[in-house]
Design a protein around this ligand. Structure first.
Ligand code: ADE
Length: 225
């Protein structure tokens, strides 16, 4: 998979790609991630990337030209499956979307700033709009990092234990069951005895029951989906 991220603030984005699972995925060539600074695609003397909205109003709007130039340059070299815009009014990210996107070959992610991008960018270039929740961040960079993390860990071969992503919360509309590790007794707080019984079928059954109970208690809406 190849991910091209278009941003005004690459420095805001880089560190999540430099640690842990995502770093290993990049080192293991499971994914290539490239950052493109929009400012390099401006033609104006002062490297202008935003301007006042037509019709007036507060805030600035990201201009179409640098975005067009950057996307067109990328498209010269390969075809993209999706051009994604991170925006609070996009479709809310969930595990289903992450699963779907983790199977793509090449994607572009555009990070918005200020009031957002000129609507013509959305109308003519963007194929998918994603929000990470009903709140407004200062820009799309942190949202892009969240989205990339969620898809990169799903690329086959990225997680050592293949089944590990499958047992994540949300993967089958269930939250994950409680987990424990040593010591089995800490200050009198004991782990459920079934987990140390060595009876794997029973352990599996217990986990399924716990996942169901936890989902029913914390996210009953998931069970209705
Ligand atoms: N940009 C600003 N806020 C955002 C959000 N909640 N999700 C995605 N992109 C954003």
């Amino acid at each position: 998979m190849r991910i091209d991220i278009i941003t005004l603030f690459p420095e805001l984005l880089k560190s999540p790609f430099e640690v842990s699972i995502v770093k290993r995925a990049i080192e293991g060539k499971k994914v290539n991630v490239f950052f493109h600074n929009l400012r390099y695609y401006t033609t104006t003397k002062y490297k202008q990337v935003d301007d006042a909205p037509f019709g007036g109003g507060a805030g600035m709007v990201m201009m179409i030209e640098p975005i067009d130039k950057c996307i067109s340059k990328l498209r010269e070299d390969r075809k993209y499956d999706d051009i994604i815009y991170m925006t609070p009014d996009g479709k809310q990210l969930n595990q289903k979307i992450s699963n779907e996107c983790s199977l793509k070959e090449n994607i572009i992610i555009l990070c918005g700033h200020y009031k957002g991008v000129d609507q013509r960018v959305r109308d003519h270039f963007i194929t998918r709009e994603i929000s990470i929740g009903d709140f407004v961040l200062s820009g799309g960079e942190l949202a892009a990092a969240v989205f990339c993390d969620s898809i990169i860990r799903l690329i086959p071969g990225v997680l050592g234990d293949e089944s590990s992503a499958l047992s994540d919360s949300y993967q089958d509309n269930l939250l994950a069951p409680p987990i424990y590790t040593r010591p089995a007794n800490y200050k009198g707080w004991e782990v459920p005895p079934i987990l140390t019984s060595g009876n794997m079928p029973k352990v599996e059954q217990w986990r399924e029951e716990q996942a169901f109970k936890r989902t029913k208690r914390l996210r009953p809406d998931l069970l209705n989906d």
